[in-house]
Write a protein that binds this ligand. Sequence first.
Ligand code: ZN
Length: 90
Amino acid sequence: MNKNLVYNKHCPICNSMEVIDKKKIKSKHSEINLLFHLKYCKKCGHKFLSSFPKKSILIVFTRATQNLYLVMKKMKNYKKKILLIKVFLK
Ligand SMILES: [Zn+2]
């Protein structure tokens, strides 16, 4: 289990423990390939991931995104494209 993830034992919508693992989720990104299960709630029918990011990680990600936005606001268009390529296509 990744230390930045919280495992979902119950449905995030109705809180039922009657959930089943449907299948592992494949990804072309090796870091997350087969890391998550698709889960299904037998009570309400909601489908969700087996794990969610921890709140602390979401806060870090949100701050990083806000900082990136502030930097980009001051940049010219061609420099924004170069920065986006460096950040997201690494
Ligand atoms: Zn449910």
